[in-house]
Design a protein around this ligand. Sequence first.
Ligand code: NAI
Length: 337
Amino acid sequence: HRPALQMEESSSLRRSACRAKGGTPGFKVAILGAAGGVGQPLAMLMKMNPLVSVLHLYDVVNAPGVTADVSHMDTGAVVRGFLGQVQLESALTGMDLVIIPAGGPRKPGMTRDDLFKINAGIIRTLCEGISKCCPHAIVNLISNPVNSTVPIAAEVFKKAGTYDPKRLLGVTTLDVARANTFVAEVLGVDPREVNVPVVGGHSQVTIFPLLSQVKPPCSFTAEEISYLTDRIQNGGKKVVEAKAGAGSATLSMAYAAAKFADACLRGLRGDAGIVECSFVASQVTELPFFATKVRLGRFGVEEIYPLGPLNEFERFGLAEAKKELATSIEKGISFIR
Ligand code: NAI
């Protein structure tokens, strides 16, 4: 009699081997912080993604429980769980895409920047692991403050000599999802038909929707612009307040992260025309990092689009955004240096 765990392990190994032989496209994806509020629904959504052949779920608590649960879904991906730092390297080895929602969320009254103290060190440790075990993986960074954690990750990778700016992406997709939803509401259309570029960064005034560039083309009154901009910038705060101490956005975030990860995987597969907003190393402005539309491909970020024509409201808003962004970026960089 083989112990149950060993049997499960060997049957999942058999399945990965079959998949590789069959030539089915499949990517290896790790979620770091997989037992959290974002991590759990994200694990479920990634298990449903047909482009994923292997799904590694890593956390410092409860990873085995989440893994056992998700592994019973009858979709293709083989799921393996990893608990605690001693298993970080096994979790990361061979991964094509690493998604990071590890670390604490906001509580009422906290800004995303207040999370710096808790999350900066966590991101450093996880990125050191990535440098060592899967230096060529695409990294999707969700943990806040994204405006600082992306610069932290870049510095860790630079120190290790593995930095490739094309492969490090801060996830701002939830800002775009919110913008699409709220704009669709004002226009009275289906949100799936709306595309709002959201640029800058991922906190307060640095979240900047370009309402003059909404697709399909439309126009808004000054009142609508002010209402929508405020609602998009404070969408996260609304959720934190409504959850009243129980955390920040998790379900909509998992949805957004899964959508962004899927775009990265389709890019890796070689699909053409994959465009998403993301906070990346950029020369679009004088700042070293900035969120704009980017085109995703086999090597990660293959093209960064310029901001396009801006109206006066947008020029002013972006000037404000850049001031705050500069401070957050510097804070991240000096944490490692
Ligand atoms: P949570 O507290 O529910 O989950 C965080 C998970 O990270 C926990 O399971 C915890 O055990 C794990 N963790 C802590 N230290 C770790 C380490 N060293 N290694 C691996 N895992 C570790 O928090 P939640 O709600 O899931 O949020 C996660 C992060 O995502 C927060 O920083 C939050 O601010 C951010 N977030 C970002 C958004 C965005 O748009 N980019 C939107 C929503 C949340």
